[in-house]
Design a protein around this ligand. Structure first.
Ligand code: AMP
Ligand code: ZN
Length: 486
């Protein structure tokens, strides 16, 4: 597999350190609110990566943190605590907020067929890990105490920027958001490892530490949790592109300074889902969640398909019109699959292998999901048995996660029921006992039959009563009805 590595800014062949296990780490959600569908774009594409690695027969251990402490409203360490803000908004405790939105996040993931990582670890579970790392960083001169907080000293590094050549303006994150610079910092990019003092209202969750009662910074979480579960090295680290700086840059700084060696080999960053007014966020305009999509009548898997239609390294523009188009494409695809006959012909292993390879090659080229989707259309058009086509689609769907066969089977059953109902209606006879056919009465009696079939007995009875009032008597017979004027 070739994957674009944001750290080298090149597509590279993927080779895990230990071929028997791929160690994968994902930055999890900050659980102060629902995830928006932009956040979920990142998790969908990371899910595709994980499933593709498994499809390629790798053993994968994937770890995800849950940020329930330390993430401030500014990624540059200034700003209010997001969890505290959420708790105040809903008049609940921080832990209640964390539990509620963690559950909501995994409910959304389930609806989008995003597999739960092997390890899910709340940041508040690993305080000892952070203290261990920070202690060593202070002892080795990489961190310092100032104004009650512990900071990482970025001037101690040979290379701080990993993912981009940042210019001065890009570095003004905190300043741009209207926040005063932290005067405790020796260098502009230094970041907090441990807080005991914040100029904002105090955190509810605090722990004892060698530097006083306080709480960890956001970045140290991911280093601590990754090392706890995956050890001293990592194959792939994922996240949305906004995580590249400062979050991932700081993770690398502190992890490598602590370990004394290179830490993670591949960095995969998913680009943003934007709306016409810019990057999607939880505070601006319409807050787009999976529940909102459902309320508007969209199948969450249509959104997954929408994400797969474009490359993860391109910004994706969300609009209702785009989602409507994805719905049409998805429905058409399901109809095509539903038209296949599961009992048709024999399984052709050669064709299966050929398509398996084609699909692998598409995804093996830096996760080209749109090309992988076209493989589904290619097999549908290919001259082979329906049985083979269905087996190939099932194989693809392990990675695509669109429930293609399940949805096609539901559609097939619905088509069968509709065909039976139509046939039944065609066989239904309306007999005029005195011989004079009447189109209007016939139609009313067929409507009554349709209502009965649909278990709408109120309408059926109403039609009978109306006819009676008009002087028509009806008698049900097997597969039909007789009527006469009285
Ligand atoms: P958060 O809950 O803010 O910690 O973010 C969770 C994940 O969503 C992170 O990996 C972010 O980089 C990612 N993310 C945030 N906004 C977007 C967006 N508009 N499109 C795609 N991914 C995003
Ligand atoms: Zn992280």
């Amino acid at each position: 597999m070739y994957i674009y590595n944001s750290a080298s800014r090149k597509k590279e062949e993927f080779k895990p350190n230990d071929p028997s296990i791929v160690k994968m780490y994902t930055c999890g959600p900050t659980v102060y609110h629902y995830a928006h569908i932009g956040n979920l774009r990142s998790y969908i594409m990371e899910d595709v990566l994980e499933k593709y690695l498994r499809y390629q027969k790798y053993n994968v251990k994937r770890v995800m943190n849950i940020t329930d402490v330390g993430h401030l409203t500014s990624d540059a360490d200034e700003g209010e605590d997001k969890m505290l803000k959420g708790a105040k908004r809903e008049q609940k405790s921080v832990m209640e907020i964390a539990q509620f939105y963690t559950d909501a996040f995994f409910d959304d993931c389930k609806k989008l067929n995003i597999k739960r990582p092997d390890v899910v670890e709340p940041a508040t579970n690993c305080i000892d890990e952070y203290i261990k790392i920070i202690t060593k960083l202070i002892d080795t001169g990489y961190a310092y105490l100032a104004g009650g907080n512990v900071y990482f000293d970025t001037s101690k590094l040979n290379q701080y920027y990993i993912f981009n050549d940042f210019n001065e303006e890009d570095l003004q994150v905190g300043v741009r958001e209207g926040v005063d610079e932290d005067t405790n910092k020796k260098n502009k990019n230094d970041f907090v490892l441990w807080f005991t003092k914040s100029k904002f209202e105090d955190q509810a969750l605090k722990w004892d530490s060698p530097w006083g009662v306080g709480y960890p910074g956001w970045h140290i979480e991911c280093s601590g949790i990754s090392m706890k579960h995956l050890g001293d090295d990592l194959d792939i680290h994922c996240g949305g592109i906004d995580n590249a700086f400062p979050h991932h840059t700081n993770e690398i700084a502190q992890s490598e300074s602590y370990l004394g060696h290179h830490w993670c080999n591949y960095w995969m960053h998913v680009h943003h889902l934007n709306t016409t007014s810019g990057k999607m966020s939880k505070s601006d305009g319409e807050f787009l969640t999976v529940s909102l999509l459902e309320q508007k009548g969209y199948d969450p898997l249509v959104y997954r398909m929408f994400c797969l239609q474009s490359h993860y390294r391109k910004t994706l523009l969300f609009s209702w019109e785009n989602l409507d188009n994805a719905t049409k494409t998805f429905d058409k695809l399901i109809n095509k699959i539903a038209a296949l006959n599961p009992d048709d012909g024999d399984m052709n292993q050669e064709v299966f292998d050929q398509f398996h390879q084609k699909f692998s090659d598409a995804l093996g080229n830096d996760l080209n999901t749109s090309l992988a989707l076209t493989c589904v259309y290619d097999i549908l058009k290919f001259d082979t048995s329906d049985k083979t086509k269905l087996a190939v689609i099932d194989d693809f769907d392990y990675v695509l996660g669109l429930d293609l066969l399940k949805k096609a089977e539901i559609k097939r059953q619905a088509n069968k029921a509709a065909a039976k109902a139509t046939a039944g209606a065609a066989e239904y006879q309306v007999i005029a006992e005195d011989g004079a056919a009447d189109a209007e009465i016939e139609e009313k009696l067929k409507n009554r039959y349709a209502a009965k079939k649909a278990k709408d007995f109120a309408t059926a009875d109403q039609i009978r009563d109306d006819l009676k009032a008009a002087g028509i008597e009806i008698t049900d017979i097997p597969n039909g009805v007789k009527w006469k004027k009285i």
